[in-house]
Write a protein that binds this ligand. Sequence first.
Ligand code: KG4
Ligand code: ZN
Length: 385
Amino acid sequence: MKILGIETSADDTGIALIDASGEFGSDFSCKIIANAVGTQTMHAGYGGIYPNLAKSEHSRNLPLLLDKVLEEGFGITRSQIQNPKQIPNHKSQKQNLDAIAVTVGPGLEPCLWTGINFAQELAKKWNVPVVPVNHMEGHIIVSLARNEEGARDQVSGVSPKTYSLEPITCPAIALLISGGHTELILMRSFPGRTGAVYEYIGRTRDDAVGEAFDKVARMIGLPYPGGPAISALAEIARNKKQETNIKLPRPMLNEKNLDFSFSGLKTAVLRLVEAEKNPSTDFKREIARAFEDAAAEVLVEKTFRAAEEFGVNTVVVGGGVSANKYIRSELDRRLSTVNCKLLLSPLEFTGDNAVMIALAGYFHALKKEFAEPDTLRANGDLSLA
Ligand code: KG4
Ligand code: ZN
């Protein structure tokens, strides 16, 4: 099945084309024909996403990214597309495309609507079915993607990017960490003929961990998104074995539940930053390191406890924050002590992208879970359970 994925839930616009076949856990294989992401950089000055700006950027990006994907995927050149502002109407795509998968939530509703309207218009023009996708399910599925050596194309000599999905035994735990979410999910079954069954077992009571990274970054003068910048500073401090007096709280660490809280940690950082008259580079590095240590410790400890409590032997981790090197290595260190298998999203897919939406869409398309034309609705709080 060839699936066109469309993602617009936050500040990244994504369109991807995949060619997938087979069943999860047996013969699944997927070729990524084209993957285009437009990252919006203009939010840097706001320290977070500015929804109306993000929405208009999605509207601007979508037709351009579609052109790019069509060109790579179907060999249609830009010049063959009469008016790039309009959705192109070519006979060839219709024959080649089996479904359009689009994110319907969770996320910022004005942004979600942009993708949904674009997908529905395309679907009508090309007469292909639409599959609604939950963004978080996309993050889970793409965490299992593993690059395989693809067979060389006889004509071009190029090896296509071919992926399999790491098989997992359910129940398993998913830790989803991003700019909008911090969740522990019990996966009772996984996509396939039977369909996936998810249960929330823990979540943040206030800020998401990615949001906390972004806010702390802003406090010490780093641009949005702050995660990668905080992580880089923290690594320097760790490597220099810098002595530090900074002590930050581990919110909810000792409570007997699997929930998280990051707003107190963020406020604790703010107090320290405000008390420092002229924050030096070393001070900023120490802050970054102390914050990353605290965030990592609660994430790792609660995930470990979740695995123990539910007796699972597999933990899957996805979402933008799962790119964090320190969190990845700490999860690995802790979970390996109990022989729990850790499956991390490939770094190329940790941030929002449309490959993950196309992949999740494929499993729903297999079960023919298509939406009736023009019935899709954006749902900012869409749940997995
Ligand atoms: O999944 P994602 O791309 O978008 C949402 O669905 O929210 O996640 C974005 C979040 C941002 O908060 C960003 O700062 C964070 O992921 N992030 C990181 C790192 N890379 C991105 N946080 C910590 N360490 C990183 N290396
Ligand atoms: Zn995301």
